[in-house]
Design a protein around this ligand. Sequence first.
Ligand code: MLT
Length: 264
Amino acid sequence: MTFTRIDDIQMAYTDTGIGHPVVLIHGYPFNRSLWNEQVEALSSSYRVIAPDLRGFGETDSSQGSATMNRMAQDVAELMDHLEIPRAVIGGLSMGGYVALAFYKQFASRVRALILADTRAQADTAEAKQTRAQHAEKALSEGMAGIADAMLPKLLTPETVSKHPDIVKRVRDMMLKTKPEGAAAALHGMAERDDLTSFLSQISSPTLILVGAEDAITPVADSEKMHAGIAGSRLVVLENAGHVSNLERTEQFNKALLDFLESSV
Ligand code: MLT
């Protein structure tokens, strides 16, 4: 594990393997260990970079909202530091919001795009209110309540009943998250732009992945992105929920490797 200074924060990241660079951006409220199995599967053929976003994992938190644009700038600055002009940019859920914000700001630095269990739409007014409540709850009570409320939405009922290892892994990641980092990201997600009409401007090869049972960013959201991004590839992973890379690791990795082989 390595750290570098990005403006006001110290950022932790993994940088493993040799080959075309692939940046994997984790979701909320997780950290870069979300990608351990993908880092392992890809790093024999690619250089895989997985940062802890602002306020998550071992990266410092900052004051105010952690906007998707700010997090995308952090990723771009990390790429500068690593002397990577252009990379495949992939993200899951909030990581997908960051990947889209990255594309919007730095299109020429995107070799290909991977959007997993995410959406292009902004939050509804109701979702914004819930984010504000969760931010207050995280700051006043810590992450346990948030983790318990989120777990059944993150994983399929089958994963919850038959895979205590995955449940523990996801819960532990959430419990390790700093409440101030979670709160800043919740405000940042609530402020994000609606990028639906921007999708038609995406010309990089794009892979869209989604768990068939994703309860947070359902298949319909991925179908909208697929319809909006010309030439994009949509893969629906059966028996997977929102954290589809952990619930169907083999199928997820195969889809990634097939896509990378054909587009990079
Ligand atoms: C995530 O997994 O990153 C979040 O659940 C996304 C969201 O809350 O919109």
